[in-house]
Design a protein around this ligand. Structure first.
Ligand code: 5GP
Length: 191
């Protein structure tokens, strides 16, 4: 049986990657979307165990100590990490595994799993990104500025990814990601 592939998806926050990925998953079979652990508080509507595992700083550091993360990073004052076990299990089961993580996490995975396929979702422009982030307005101005500055820096890393997908329209961007997954499945079959 073929093993699953690991896909790393990164995007500056506010790029609509959640919406794009939902549209992708509505059309994909045999996939697992990795649920990260984080120390940040849930946003309205987010659910523990679905969007993230919301844990304390102490719990997070304990998991780091026990080597339970495939990668982890601090992002705008909070920790985020990918629990290792579900990723390994799903790859073995033949499921394609999607990690939605930031740049430093991507760099760690590239070192540990060089065969992982990386996709960067870019906003049509930084102006559009600011508009979307303000529209969400769940954060203080300071946090929002922090995310925008981070996004500007992150855009510079787009070239390190195997693929860059511009989220101008959700369905179009999702279609492009599906094509990438199909292309990788086909290239694996013919090997
Ligand atoms: P947010 O707070 O907007 O949900 O996420 C902030 C950033 O953390 C996003 O860029 C998101 O992709 C990233 N992130 C989420 N989970 C993980 C993870 O497990 N590891 C790393 N390195 N980044 C993550």
């Amino acid at each position: 049986m073929r093993e699953g592939k690991v896909y790393i998806v990164s995007a500056p926050s506010g790029c609509g990657k959640g919406t794009v990925l939902s549209a992708v998953f509505a059309r994909l079979k045999n996939y697992y979307f990795s649920v990260s652990a984080t120390t940040r508080a849930p946003r309205p509507g987010e659910q523990d165990g679905v969007n993230y595992h919301y844990i304390s700083r102490e719990q997070f550091l304990e998991m780091v100590k026990n080597d339970e993360f495939l990668e982890y990073a601090e992002y705008v004052g909070n920790y985020y990490g990918t629990p290792r076990a579900p990723v390994t299990e799903n790859v073995k089961m033949g499921n394609d595994v999607f990690l939605e993580i930031e740049i430093r996490g991507f760099q760690q995975i590239k070192e540990k799993l060089p065969e992982a396929v990386s996709i960067f979702i870019a906003p049509p422009s930084l102006e559009e990104l600011e508009r979307r982030l303000r529209g969400r307005s769940t954060e203080t101005e300071e946090k929002l500025r922090g995310r925008l500055e981070k996004a500007e820096k992150e855009m510079k890393y787009a070239g390190l990814f195997d693929y860059v997908v511009v989220n101008d329209q959700v369905e179009r961007a999702a279609g492009e990601i599906i094509s990438i997954v199909e292309a990788n499945q086909n290239s694996q079959k013919s090997r």
